[in-house]
Design a binder for this molecule. Sequence first.
Ligand code: CU
Length: 488
Amino acid sequence: MQRRQLMQWGAALALSPWLVRSASAGSARAAMAPAVPPDAGALGLVGSLPLPEPKRLPLERRDGALHGCLSASAVSLPLLPGRPATTFWAYNDSVPGPAIELFEGESLSLRFDNRLPQPTTVHWHGLPIPADQDGNPHDPVLPGQSRDYRFSLPPDSAGTYWYHPHPHGHTAEQVYRGLAGVFVVRSRNDPLAHLAERWLVLSDLKLDSDGKIAANSEADAMDGREGQFVLVNGAWRPRLALGRGERQRWRIWNATSARVLKLALPAHEVWLVGTDGGLIEKPRRVESLLLPPGARAELAVTGRFDAGKPAGLLALPYARGKMMGPEQDEALLLLDIEAGAAVETAALPSRLRTMAPLPKPALRRSVVFSEDMSNPAAMFLINGRTFDMDRMDFTGKVGVVEEWEIDNRADMDHPFHLHGTQFQVTERHDGRGWRREPYLAWRDVVNVPPGQKARLRFRQDLPGPRMFHCHILEHEDAGMMGTLDVRA
Ligand SMILES: [Cu+2]
């Protein structure tokens, strides 16, 4: 297969789906449907509405745990005014799914009902919980069936997590049809508790000319799906008010299938205060932030009024080794900054958390990402193989520090993700040399561009099979995944 040609074809398709579809549709269809340019205005998607708050999952406290119900089913939601509703797959009829918020030390007991036509699981992305509760592809919930997910949140687990399906071969479709929700674990000693919080769940939407969620094309399956729209809390390009001088704490989730988002807020003061697994040691001033698929960040944002600069959250151009992605700045969220008197905001604490670097590893392993475009059955590989449900790729031990070197010998970025724990990136190799990671952070996703490497350390505190995979969901489904069997 000629990859370069396919990518070019894919790029053209992605940039002008309506034009391609109108041209190829039958004459009766073409006569009925006007040729619609591929933008939100023509489709009727309405932007500039106030940012919706994610709904909360109702939880009831009894017998020392919080109890709730979660279901996955098809739901029709009005997306385009004056057109039939769009069918999503959703948790509790909501896109994004209902937010779950708990404190460290609390226990959760959820009844889950699968009302989808496919097997599914609920994976608690990033949480240090038992393997048999973590929605592994080995534990599918079949259509029409139910199960309980039960786990407790250990001390020092405060952070920004999410939940999404993880069945083998159907993850990408289930997520792009709308199945994803956020999960926040709070600390009772939170140094940023005084800041107003905003939650921004970034997801991808690709519609066909009928306003339906489009199936993945061959190019999507290869490059990772990027639709026409990035939604924030299920809304396209919504508005958020930020007072001049007001400092807010933003939690941002990249819940898209494949976009590596290079986020920026020109004109405003932005500090990185947290990563996937919670706060970092000290706030770090940032000009932009690379958030790969699956990853999260916490920012402290202070509104500055600057009439000359766009007031909004932008996705800057980023080339992830393929011919898709924004070629110019793309506004994700519009900010309303008042030009009047500045709001007084308390200073950011200089220390947020104490973190110790993980000690020297007892064990080192190598994880090599590669692509074989000549073999459609095994195109995306880890250490030369595709995922096998019945194979344990590595055997580890509870409490033992491991160091993994992720080596991307493929042609596009592959974001590495590990289940069951958080890791510390220690060094990155940019193709020329190794560079020490400039600060300590708990992460569960690290983006590795082609020709580059990353070294990370972790410890698994609970036994059981743990998945590791590329978080471009189409690559995961194609088998770019392995299993680490953690023995007690
Ligand atoms: Cu990948």
